[in-house]
Ligand binder design. Structure first.
Ligand SMILES: [Zn+2]
Length: 99
């Protein structure tokens, strides 16, 4: 299977495969032209089973966010504060502190 090329949109931050671009080659979310899109530097992007996701090297905040996506039915806000690479604060819905 040929590898898909991915791009990062510098305007809206979306990660896009070539087949997600508009017929004119633009970002579908903000219509940035293809020549402005940056080849993705996020490594090799692949689909993987949901169960494997938390076994990967993730930011601590991503683990919290993914757990919430998997367990919450309702809308939520999540504030994550880092000091360098270290997660120092995680606030759910403006009040609950998670660790
Ligand atoms: Zn965009």
């Amino acid at each position: 299977m040929p590898e898909k090329k991915y791009f990062r949109c510098p305007l809206c931050g979306a990660i896009l495969s070539e087949d997600q671009l508009t017929p004119e080659g633009q970002c579908p979310y903000c219509l940035a032209p293809k020549e402005d899109l940056i080849p993705c530097d996020e490594g090799d992007l692949t689909w993987l089973p949901k169960e494997e996701l938390l076994t990967k090297n993730l930011w601590e905040g991503d683990k919290i966010f993914l757990r919430l996506l998997d367990t919450r039915d309702s809308f939520f806000t999540l504030k994550l504060v880092y000091d360098g690479d270290r997660l120092t604060e995680a606030v759910l819905d403006g009040r609950e502190r998670l660790r």
